[in-house]
Design a protein around this ligand. Structure first.
Ligand SMILES: Cc1cc2nc3c(=O)[nH]c(=O)nc-3n(C[C@H](O)[C@H](O)[C@H](O)COP(=O)(O)OP(=O)(O)OC[C@H]3O[C@@H](n4cnc5c(N)ncnc54)[C@H](O)[C@@H]3O)c2cc1C
Length: 587
C-alpha cells in the first residue's frame, strides 16, 4: 500500500517519495481497457465526422453523447446506484486524454460529465440525483453549466441573474448567461443566480421550464463543433426542490466543480500534447525539402525534442495529480461534501495542471503548425484545426491569469493558517541561503542527481520569492499580481520538474525499455526550466528589493540555482529521432 502525502502543496517542503508519485506505468489493466475503448470510440465514431459536427448538427452531437453513455464514459466516477461506474480519477484521466483528439466533442463531453454530472453527484439531494443522474449518465439528456454572464466571467460571483422566491416556494429566475457550452441543445442547465440579488445559489433548470430559452450560436475562433450560446431566463419558473446545494452557498458548487474541472482540462490538454507530437513527427518524416525529409534538419529536431520534453512534463504532472486526488478520495468518506473536500485539498495542483498543460498544448500545437509549413495554415490539415480549437483552454475554467494568482495565493493562505510550514521554511531558508558561505549540497554524479539538485533548488527559489513577498507586502500581497504570477511560474516549474524527475527515476529503477528516454526528456525539461525559474525569480525579487538588499538576494539566487551544464541540443536530437522513428509520442 502506497503512502501518499495527503496535503496539497506539501511537495514544496518535503522530499518526494517516488512511491507516492503516480505515473502512466502504474495504470492497471482496467485503466488500459477504458483508454482503449475510448480511443476506439473517438477514432471510429467521432473523428471521421468532425465536419458534420462543425456544421452544427446538434442531433448528431446528442447521438455521440448517447454513445458515450452506452460505453459508460459519462458517469465514470458517479455512484453505481445512479448508473455510474464509481471509478477512480485515473480512469477519468485516461478517458479525457483520448477524448482530447476531438476538441469540440471534448467540450460537449466535459460540459456533460465534469460540469453537470459532477456537481449533481457532489451537491444533489437523493431526489435530484434520482431525477437527473441516470438520464445524464446514459446520455438520454444533455447537461450544461451556466455560470458566466457578459459582465461577470472571471468575477463570476458578481452575477446579476436574480432568483426570487414565489409564494408557493418555487423560484423565478431572470437574467442572461453567456458563452454556455452545450447551450444550443442541452436539456438541463446548472444555473447560478442570486436570491434577492444577494445570495449566490445554484439551481437545476430544465430547458422545458417556462421562461427558459437559448440565444444564437456564438461565432467562435475554434471549437466549431461545440455549441456555445447565451441562456436567457425570463421569469423562468423553477420548482422549490431544484436548488442545488444550499441557498447562499452557490460558490461552493461553482468552485468545487472548477477545482476538479481544472485538473481534468489539464489532463485533456496533456493528452492532446502527446498526440500532437505524433502528428508533427509523422509529417516531418514524410515531408521532403532539399531532397530530404525535414525531420533530419536540426531546426526541426530541436522542435520535436522540445515538444516531446514539454509533453512529457505535462503528462507526468497530470498523472501525479490524479494519483494525489485518488489517494485523498480513497481516504475520505463517500458523501459529496467529503469528495468536494478532497478536490479542494489538491486545488493548488489542479490549477498548476490547468495552467501548465493548457500552455504546453498551445506551445506544441503552434510548433506543429510551424512544422507543417503552409499546410499547417490551411484547413485540409488537422494542424490548423487543432491550433484554433486549443486557444480557448487558457480562457475557460478560470483564465490562466486567475489560476496563476490562485496558486501562490492558496499556498500563502494555507501557510498563514498553519496548514503548511511555509513561514517556518521561508525563515529557515533565509538564514541558510543569505549567508555568503552557503552553497547547495553536491550529492555526486549519480544519474539524475544533477536534476534532483536543480529541482531542490527550485523549491528553495520558490520559498525565497514567496517568503520575500510575504515579508515585503504582508496583508497587501494579494494586490501584487506580477510578483504572484512570477511565484506561480516558479511553483509550476517545480511541480512539473519534480513530477518528470520522479517518473524518470521510477523508470530507471524498474529498468523499463525506454528508461533512457525518460531520463533524456527529464534532463532537457529540468535544465531549461532552470532558466525560466531564474528569470521569474529575478523579475520578482527586483520588484521587491533594491540596492544592497537586492544584490544580496540575487547573489543567493546564483548560489542556489546552479544547474549542471547539459548539451540539450544532443538530448533533443535523441528525443526527436525517437519520436520520428516511432511515428508518435514515445514515453
Ligand atoms: C468557447 C467557450 C465556452 C465557454 N463555456 C462556458 C460554460 O460552459 N459555462 C460558463 O459558465 N462559462 C463558459 N465560458 C465562459 C468562460 O468561463 C469565461 O469566458 C472566462 O471565465 C473568462 O471570463 P471573461 O470572458 O468575462 O473574461 P474577463 O473576466 O473579462 O477577463 C479578461 C481578461 O482579464 C483578466 N482578468 C480578469 N480579472 C482579473 C483579475 N482579477 N486579475 C488579473 N486579471 C484579470 C483575465 O485573465 C483575462 O485575461 C465559455 C467561454 C468560451 C469562450
Amino acid at each position: 500500500m502506497e503512502t501518499v502525502a495527503l496535503r496539497g502543496g506539501s511537495w514544496l517542503f518535503d522530499e518526494v517519495a517516488d512511491a507516492d508519485v503516480f505515473t502512466p506505468e502504474k495504470l492497471t489493466e482496467e485503466h488500459r481497457l477504458i483508454a482503449k475503448t475510448t480511443e476506439e470510440f473517438i477514432n471510429s465514431e467521432v473523428l471521421p465526422h468532425l465536419d458534420r459536427m462543425e456544421s452544427k448538427d446538434w442531433e448528431f452531437s446528442r447521438q455521440l453523447i448517447k454513445r458515450a453513455g452506452e460505453l459508460g464514459l459519462l458517469g465514470l466516477a458517479a455512484p453505481e446506484q445512479y448508473g455510474g461506474l464509481d471509478l477512480d480519477k485515473k480512469s477519468a484521466l485516461v478517458v479525457v486524454e483520448k477524448v482530447s483528439r476531438a476538441a469540440s466533442f471534448a467540450t460537449t463531453y466535459g460540459g456533460q460529465s465534469n460540469l453537470c454530472v459532477l456537481p449533481i453527484t457532489l451537491f444533489g439531494t437523493a431526489e435530484q440525483k434520482s431525477a437527473y443522474l441516470p438520464r445524464l449518465i446514459t446520455g438520454e439528456i444533455v447537461g450544461a453549466y451556466a455560470l458566466s454572464e457578459s459582465g461577470s466571467g472571471s468575477d463570476a460571483l458578481a452575477a446579476r441573474t436574480r432568483a426570487t422566491k414565489q409564494a408557493d416556494g418555487s423560484w423565478s429566475l431572470t437574467g442572461e448567461k453567456m458563452w454556455i457550452s452545450n447551450g444550443g441543445f442541452a436539456d438541463l442547465f446548472i444555473v447560478f443566480a442570486k436570491v434577492d440579488g444577494e445570495q449566490f445559489t445554484a439551481f437545476l433548470v430544465e430547458r422545458a421550464f417556462p421562461g427558459v430559452s437559448t440565444g444564437k450560436e456564438e461565432h467562435k475562433m475554434g471549437l466549431h463543433g461545440s455549441s456555445t450560446t447565451p441562456v436567457v431566463l425570463l421569469d423562468a419558473r423553477v420548482p422549490a426542490g431544484n436548488v442545488l446545494g444550499e441557498i447562499g452557498r452557490g460558490h461552493k458548487v461553482a468552485l468545487n466543480t472548477l477545482n476538479y474541472g481544472r485538473f481534468s482540462l489539464g489532463a485533456m490538454c496533456a493528452g492532446g500534447s502527446k498526440a500532437a507530437v505524433g502528428d508533427a513527427a509523422r509529417y516531418a518524416a514524410g515531408r521532403k525539402q532539399f531532397g530530404q525529409p525535414i525531420a533530419i534538419f536540426g531546426a526541426i529536431k530541436h522542435k520535436l525534442g522540445e515538444m516531446t520534453a514539454r509533453a512529457y512534463a505535462a503528462e507526468c504532472l497530470s498523472y501525479r495529480t490524479a494519483g494525489l486526488i485518488d489517494a485523498a478520495l480513497e481516504a475520505s468518506a463517500k458523501d459529496g461534501a467529503s469528495i468536494a473536500k478532497a478536490f479542494e485539498e489538491f486545488a493548488i495542483e489542479a490549477s498548476i495542471c490547468k495552467v501548465a498543460c493548457t500552455e504546453t498544448l498551445d506551445f506544441v500545437l503552434d510548433e506543429n503548425v510551424q512544422i507543417h509549413g503552409g499546410n499547417g495554415f490551411v484547413r485540409d490539415y488537422m494542424a490548423e484545426r487543432y491550433f484554433r480549437d486549443a486557444r480557448v483552454n487558457r480562457i475557460f475554467e478560470g483564465t490562466n491569469e486567475i489560476n496563476r494568482l490562485l496558486i501562490p495565493g492558496m499556498l500563502v493562505r494555507r501557510g498563514l493558517k498553519g496548514d503548511l510550514p511555509l513561514v517556518q521554511a521561508a525563515r529557515r531558508l533565509q538564514d541558510e541561503i543569505l549567508s555568503p558561505g552557503s552553497r547547495s549540497a553536491d550529492d555526486g554524479d549519480a544519474p539524475l542527481a544533477p536534476e534532483q539538485r536543480t529541482v531542490t533548488a527550485f523549491k528553495q527559489v520558490a520559498l525565497m520569492v514567496v517568503g520575500t513577498a510575504l515579508q515585503t507586502y504582508g496583508d497587501t500581497l494579494e494586490s501584487q499580481q506580477e510578483v504572484l504570477s512570477c511565484a506561480a511560474d516558479i511553483l509550476i516549474e517545480t511541480y512539473a520538474g519534480e513530477s518528470a524527475l520522479s517518473r524518470a527515476r521510477q523508470s530507471r529503477a524498474a529498468a523499463t525499455a525506454n528508461a533512457g528516454l525518460h531520463e533524456t526528456a527529464t534532463r532537457v525539461y529540468v535544465h531549461d526550466a532552470a532558466a525560466r525559474v531564474e528569470a521569474s525569480a529575478k523579475t520578482a525579487l527586483a520588484a521587491m528589493a533594491e540596492g544592497d538588499t537586492l544584490r544580496t538576494l540575487l547573489a543567493a539566487l546564483r548560489r542556489v540555482l546552479k544547474p549542471a551544464p547539459v548539451n540539450t541540443v544532443a538530448l533533443r536530437r535523441e528525443l526527436a529521432e525517437a519520436v520520428t522513428a516511432r511515428g508518435g509520442y514515445i514515453l
